[in-house]
Design a protein around this ligand. Structure first.
Ligand SMILES: *[C@@H]1O[C@H](CO)[C@@H](O)[C@H](O)[C@H]1NC(C)=O
Ligand SMILES: *[C@@H]1O[C@H](CO)[C@@H](O)[C@H](O)[C@H]1NC(C)=O
Ligand SMILES: *[C@@H]1O[C@H](CO)[C@@H](O)[C@H](O)[C@H]1NC(C)=O
Length: 323
């Protein structure tokens, strides 16, 4: 009685377990994405890799690529055997595609004309009728900054040394700055790197170096992201006192002289006009006094005007002269 029940349970279990196990095995899948971040240069194209395994045909499935916080406005949505344009984030319109071969389970996103704003996490989500899976890929966008600008200044209390400064901006991510001498040897001593970041997240770097002045041994400053992505500038650590100082000083002196000349001319003119006004004013009023004694109002105003002329600013004089 007991053994019969056990047998029946065993048979039942043997029949049902493989069926239950087999059912989800056909329906589930996993996604394979790169371990680390994917990097690309600004302006280029990049593929954010995402592979369905086992290798199943992804054509009947839904593929959604979205930025972490933007599920409802994805970068790309593939559904009902075609790419759905309606709900897609306008920033990605015309720049995204699935080119890896959906039939082989390759749901990688190809993104063209990459900009700094595209940097960040992307979620690859694949949904079937019974199952869904998601995985994320981080995209970093490298931006090559400006050509390094080098300059030489006299070192403050530097015992004949010069201060060489190198700076470059607009990089992403943080580049490395290295100094080398003519022989190509890296110079490590006496430098300090200052980095600043702008609102777009682009980084500026600058560094300075104290060295002995030289007319022949140039210094090179290299700012780089990788072996391939780098920019270099060179300079002779020499202060060209004669050619730089003379035109600078004479130009300033010329402007100062010109300003002084104009100022003195204005003062002289003003003084002259005040004197002239005073004379003419007194001549005018005595002339009027003698000529027109019947006009009482005008006569009453003149002496007041005259006193104002004597003390007031030159500007008032010009108005009176022009009358
Ligand atoms: C981007 O920069 C990183 C280092 O900052 C470098 O490892 C990577 O190779 C660069 N990628 C490209 C595509 O230049
Ligand atoms: C999937 O497609 C991408 C983009 O075309 C490609 O770079 C990648 O090598 C493909 N992956 C596999 C496993 O074939
Ligand atoms: C500046 O860059 C150097 C490497 O060049 C790095 O070690 C340092 O942490 C950076 N400083 C800041 C404030 O980002």
């Amino acid at each position: 009685m007991h053994s019969g029940l056990c047998l029946r349970v065993l048979i039942l279990a043997a029949l049902t377990v493989p069926i239950r196990a087999a059912q989800p095995a056909q329906e589930t899948f996993t996604l394979t994405v790169p371990d680390g971040p994917t990097s690309t240069l600004s302006g280029s194209s990049v593929s954010l890799l995402c592979q369905v395994s086992p290798l199943i045909n992804a054509e009947p499935l839904e593929v959604r690529w979205y930025r972490s916080s933007n599920f409802h406005s994805p970068a790309l949505l593939y559904k009902d055997h075609k790419i759905q344009e309606a709900s897609v984030d306008p920033r990605y319109r015309g720049r995204v595609s699935l080119t890896g071969g959906l039939e082989r389970g390759n749901v990688s996103l190809t993104l063209e004309r990459v900009t700094v704003e595209d940097r960040g996490e992307y979620v690859c989500q694949v949904t079937s009728e019974q199952w869904y899976e998601k995985a994320s890929v981080f995209l970093t966008v490298n931006v090559t900054g400006s050509e390094p600008v080098l300059s030489v200044a006299k070192a403050r209390g530097g015992g004949g040394q010069v201060n060489v400064i190198c700076s470059s901006d607009g990089w992403s991510p943080q580049p490395t700055l290295t100094w080398r001498n003519k022989e190509g040897t890296e110079i490590r001593n006496g430098r300090e790197v200052l980095n600043t970041s702008d609102p777009q997240g682009l980084v500026s770097v600058s560094s300075w170096l104290l060295c002995a002045p030289s007319d022949s041994d140039w210094l090179a400053c290299t700012v780089s992201l990788s072996e391939e992505v780098k920019r270099e500038g060179r300079i002779l650590p020499h202060i060209y006192t004669a050619p730089t100082a003379v035109p600078g000083v004479s130009k300033e002196a010329f402007i100062v002289t010109l300003v002084l000349l104009i100022l003195s001319l204005v003062i002289i003119c003003a003084l002259c006009s005040v004197i002239l006004c005073k004379r003419r004013g007194s001549m005018w009023s005595s002339f009027k006094k003698s000529r027109n004694r019947s006009d009482q109002t005008e006569l009453g105003q003149r002496p007041a005007d005259q006193t104002e002329l004597g003390q007031g600013p030159a500007g008032k004089c010009f108005i009176l002269i022009s009358r």
